[in-house]
Design a protein around this ligand. Structure first.
Ligand code: NDP
Ligand code: HSE
Length: 437
């Protein structure tokens, strides 16, 4: 079985090491030896340390490599939309099997890849694209196909989890924690993709597509990153017995006209410390899958980094190689349900809102009135007087309000209206709250 490896960076170089160190076992498991036909990179002369591979296999022409007749399987560890899409479409249409870790491409235009695979008759596997080493996509696309998945909730970005965990436990600053995550090989080539939630949104789209048999793209996902989470938010969460995590939530729902829908969102949220996702630290990922018959399933493990991701890549290489030897291919994409995606405004969420207000009689009533006007019910209110003079007479005060569940649009409109009150000096922070206390 001859492999073309595209990319030999954090993930690709670990794929090479595993192919070498496990070669006898891999050959026994597949029923044929795996050989590297070529490795395409951007900079041929780059120092790659001690890599157990003949330097002659390196090329800077990925197109030429994927077209070669002596290549059976293309393994893509480069990333991005183009030129990766063109390489993979070329390979798939020519009947080769593809293993990719490229969640950006799958979330942006997975349909084109699936169509090319169906046309060429090869396999398209992408376990490494979501949650690193954790076996999650195969269970969703195979093991749970007899059940009806209702919700997928998880932490699917290692970099942001590493940053939020560091801010929470060691009080590290945002920039310092991001630099460490980048050094450890967790962050994307452009870490904006991690901290602004694009990476998690791409993964959420892939998970929702598999869970709900519907093509969900990155543009369908409501996305907010963690760049606005402050040390004060982290402290406020702690004071409430909570922690802050970047969550991906994909759920079935029902629209007002009774039609079944899906909603997919990625945003930071406060969750109680008793919530199972609260204890997921460092670059670990964890995903809850809720299905009607199975109940709650939890998948947990290393979500980023070269070796864990290479483990998932190699698992796929073994699977597609076995299929090729047996002359079969895995089931095609399942998108028959084609459910409409519900707008974020209709999602039911809870908000934690911190306000800087003028401490004078009637302020609380005015604030509460805004919530009432928008039909948002307040669950708790906490006030701290920040001033040094006579409390209750035009000093600053902090108001922390947690709501009951309401449509996101009503909550957003409430915050907007609070900003317009002359007694509200500023809306210091707004965070969603997930999980029951
Ligand atoms: P790196 O930036 O470390 O490696 C990218 C590799 O692609 C490099 O070898 C680079 O070549 C090569 N490359 C870039 N552009 C081209 C091009 N135009 N032609 C040929 N080769 C090119 O990325 P990662 O290994 O971190 O990530 C690879 C993929 O895996 C991405 O899709 C990423 O999202 C995904 N992924 C990464 C995880 C991680 O923890 N790092 C986890 C899960 C998925 P050169 O070496 O010469 O620069
Ligand atoms: N940058 C990604 C993360 C890599 O931090 O989770 C794994 O997909």
């Amino acid at each position: 079985m001859r492999l073309a490896l595209l990319g030999c960076g954090t993930v690709g170089s670990e794929v090479v090491r595993l192919l070498h160190s496990q070669s006898a076992d891999l050959a026994a498991r597949i029923g044929a030896p795996l050989e590297i036909a070529g490795i395409a990179v951007r900079r041929i002369g780059r120092d790659r340390g001690e890599l157990p591979v003949d330097p002659a296999v390196f090329t800077s022409d990925p197109f030429d490599l994927v077209k070669r007749d002596d290549v059976d399987v293309v393994v893509e560890c480069v990333g991005g939309i183009e030129p990766a899409r063109s390489w993979l479409v070329e390979a798939l249409r020519a009947g080769k099997s593809v293993v990719t870790a490229n969640k950006v491409l799958l979330a942006e235009d997975g349909g084109t890849l699936h169509d090319a695979a169906a046309q060429g008759g090869g396999d398209l596997y992408y376990e490494a694209a979501v949650a690193g080493a954790i076996p999650l996509l195969r269970p969703l696309r195979e093991s749970l196909h007899g059940d009806r998945v209702t919700q997928v909730t998880g932490i699917v970005n290692g970099t942001t989890n590493f940053i939020l965990s560091a801010m929470d436990t060691t009080g590290a600053g945002f920039a310092e924690a991001l630099a460490e995550a980048t050094d450890l090989g967790y962050a994307e080539a452009d870490p904006t993709a991690d901290v602004e939630g694009f990476d998690a949104a791409a993964k959420a789209a892939i998970l929702a597509s598999l869970a709900f048999h519907t093509r969900v793209g990155a543009a369908d996902v409501h996305r907010e990153g963690i760049t606005e989470v402050t040390a004060a938010d982290v402290a406020s969460a702690k004071a409430m017995g909570c922690t802050i995590k970047l969550l991906c939530i994909a759920a079935r729902g029902t629209a007002a006209d009774g039609r079944e829908t899906v909603s997919v969102r990625v945003h930071p949220a406060m969750i109680p410390l008793t919530h199972p996702l609260a204890s997921v630290g460092d670059a670990f990922n964890a995903v809850f899958v809720e299905a009607e018959a199975a109940g709650q399933l939890m998948f947990y493990g290393p979500g980023a980094g070269g070796a864990p991701t290479a483990s998932a890549v190699l698992g796929d290489v073994v699977a597609v190689s076995r299929n090729r030897l047996a002359g079969v291919r895995a089931a095609s994409e399942s998108a028959y349900a084609d459910l409409p995606v519900r707008p974020m405004g209709e999602a039911l969420t809870r908000y934690h809102i911190s306000l800087d207000v003028t401490d004078r009689p009637g302020v609380l009533a005015a604030v509460a009135g805004v919530f009432a006007q928008h039909d948002v019910s307040i669950a708790t209110v906490r006030q701290g007087s920040a001033g040094s003079g006579v409390a209750g007479r035009d000093e600053d005060a902090d108001l922390v309000i947690v709501t009951h569940v309401a449509p996101d649009a009503a909550l957003a409109a409430t915050v907007q209206a609070l900003r317009g009150l002359d007694t509200v000096r500023s809306v210091a922070s707004v965070l969603r709250v997930e999980g029951s206390a």
